[in-house]
Ligand binder design. Structure first.
Ligand SMILES: Cc1ncc(COP(=O)(O)O)c(C=O)c1O
Length: 405
C-alpha cells in the first residue's frame, strides 16, 4: 500500500481522499505520459509528418487500452469529453429511429447522465418512458420488475452497473437478458463500476458501456465501448468532411490527444496492481496479456476495497445518528449517509477541516435522492478506491464521532 500510494504525488498532501467516486487522483506514470505526449511534439491526425503519426498511435493505443479494461473491441471504443456527452450523443442518434408506441426504460438508481438524455430524446421522439424503481429500504434495483417493464416496443434499457451514491450493483446481465429477448438495446453506465471490479461488457450484456477515465486514475476523458458492428448501424450528427468510419464518426472535433496517452498509462497502472508473470511454463511460456493482468488486478482491487468497505460500514453502524442509505447485497465501496441534524455540507466542511475529503449533495443521483426525500441537499458520500487505506477510513470515522460528540 505504501508503494502504491507513493505513485500518487497528490496523496502526499496528507488529505484523506475519500472523494474518489467524484474523481480520483492520478499516478505519476499518467502525469508523465501526458507530459511526454506534449514534450515529444504533438500533431493533429492524418498529417504527413512524424508528430502526426505519433498522435495516431496514441489514439490507437488508448482504444486498445480501454478495450482491455472493459473486455471490448478496440475498434468499438469511442472517446468523448464525458460519459454525459456520450450518452447525449448516442441517445440522440438512436432516437431518430424511434416511433410512437416505442418505449425506453430508465432506472431511479442511475446517475442523471443515464436518465435525462433518454427522457429528453423520448420526449422529442414522442415515445414512452418507463421507470425501474429502487427498493428504498434495501437500495436494490429488483430485476423482476424488468420483465413487466420491457416489451416488444422497448428500444433501449438504460441501467447503471453500480450506483455512484449508494453503491448498488444491479444484476445487469439478467436485466440485459430480458431486454435482448425483447429485442431491446442495453445502455450500461459503467462509470462507477469500472474502478472497482473486473468488467466484461459481453458478460454484462451491455450493447453500450460508458466509463470515465478520471474515475480510475486517468485524465478527464470518457469512453464508450460497443461492438463495431452495432456502431455501424448508428449515424450521429457529424461534420461533412469528418470521417464516416466507426468509431471515428462518433467523435466530434479534435480529441484530447495528450490525455489519451494518459488513458493508456492509467490502464497500464491498473493492470500492474496485482502480481503477474508469464502463463504456461518452459519454452511455451508467454507473457500474460494486458487483459488478463487487468482482470487479475481488478479482482484484487475488488477484494481489497471490500475489506476496507466493511471497516467503514462497521464504523458507521456504531455511530448513533448516522443513517446509511442502501444495503444492497452487491455494492461498490461507496457509503452514502446522513448525520442527524447536521447539513451534509456542514459535515463535509467539518471533515475537510480535519483533512478528510468527502462529497456532499446528490451526486447527480437525482432521482434516487428525490425518492429518498434528500433533495436538494443530498447526503454525505465517502467513496473508497484502491489507494485508500484503513487509517483514512479511521480518520473519517473519528471525525464523525467528533462531530457527534
Ligand atoms: C455513475 C456515474 N455515471 C455518470 C457520471 C458522469 O460522468 P461524466 O462526468 O464523465 O459525464 C458519473 C460522474 O460522477 C457517475 O458517477
Amino acid at each position: 500500500m505504501a508503494a502504491l500510494r507513493a505513485l500518487y504525488p497528490a496523496l502526499a498532501d496528507g488529505h484523506a481522499y475519500l472523494d474518489g467516486a467524484a474523481g480520483t487522483q492520478v499516478p505519476v506514470s499518467v502525469i508523465e505520459a501526458v507530459a511526454a505526449a506534449y514534450s515529444q511534439g504533438i500533431g493533429n491526425l492524418g498529417g504527413a509528418f512524424a508528430a502526426s503519426g505519433r498522435t495516431g498511435a496514441i489514439v490507437a493505443e488508448a482504444r486498445a487500452a480501454v478495450a482491455d479494461l472493459v473486455g471490448g473491441t478496440a475498434d468499438g471504443v469511442v472517446f468523448g469529453p464525458s460519459a454525459t456527452a456520450l450518452a447525449y450523443r448516442i441517445s440522440d442518434a438512436l432516437s431518430r429511429a424511434w416511433t410512437a408506441g416505442d418505449d425506453v426504460v430508465v432506472s431511479r438508481l442511475d446517475h442523471d447522465s443515464n436518465v435525462r438524455p433518454w427522457i429528453q430524446a423520448a420526449v422529442r421522439a414522442g415515445v414512452t418512458v418507463k421507470w425501474a424503481e429502487v427498493d428504498l429500504v434495501t437500495g436494490e434495483l429488483p430485476t423482476a420488475q424488468y420483465a413487466d417493464l420491457i416489451g416488444p416496443r422497448t428500444r433501449v434499457v438504460a441501467v447503471t452497473a453500480a450506483s455512484n451514491a449508494i453503491g448498488t450493483r444491479p444484476d445487469v446481465a439478467a436485466i440485459a437478458e430480458i431486454a435482448h429477448a425483447a429485442g431491446s438495446l442495453v445502455y450500461v453506465d459503467g462509470v462507477h463500476a469500472t474502478p472497482h471490479m473486473p468488467v466484461d461488457v459481453d458478460a454484462l450484456g451491455a450493447d453500450f458501456y460508458t466509463t470515465s477515465a478520471y474515475k480510475w486514475s486517468g485524465p478527464h476523458v470518457a469512453a464508450l465501448a460497443a461492438s463495431p458492428a452495432l456502431l455501424e448501424t448508428v449515424w450521429p450528427d457529424k461534420l461533412a468532411p469528418s470521417s464516416n468510419e466507426v468509431p471515428w464518426r462518433f467523435e466530434r472535433g479534435t480529441l484530447p490527444f495528450a490525455d489519451l496517452a494518459g488513458v493508456t498509462a492509467a490502464v497500464e497502472h491498473l493492470a500492474a496492481l496485482a502480481p503477474h508473470g508469464v502463463s504456461g511454463a518452459g519454452a511455451g511460456a508467454s507473457p500474460v496479456s494486458r487483459r488478463d493482468r487487468v482482470l487479475a488486478s481488478m479482482a484484487a482491487v475488488e477484494a481489497y476495497e471490500a475489506a476496507l468497505f466493511a471497516r467503514l460500514l462497521g464504523g458507521l453502524a456504531e455511530l448513533e445518528r448516522v443513517t446509511l442509505y442502501g444495503k444492497a447485497a452487491r455494492r461498490a465501496p461507496t457509503a452514502f449517509f446522513s448525520v442527524g441534524g447536521v447539513a451534509p455540507r456542514a459535515v463535509a466542511e467539518h471533515l475537510a477541516a480535519l483533512g478528510v475529503n468527502v462529497w456532499d449533495g446528490d451526486n447527480y443521483a437525482y432521482e434516487l435522492c428525490t425518492a429518498l426525500g434528500l433533495e436538494p441537499d443530498g447526503a454525505v458520500r465517502a467513496g473508497l478506491v484502491h489507494y485508500n487505506d484503513a487509517s483514512e477510513v479511521d480518520r473519517l470515522l473519528n471525525g464523525l464521532a467528533d462531530l457527534l460528540r
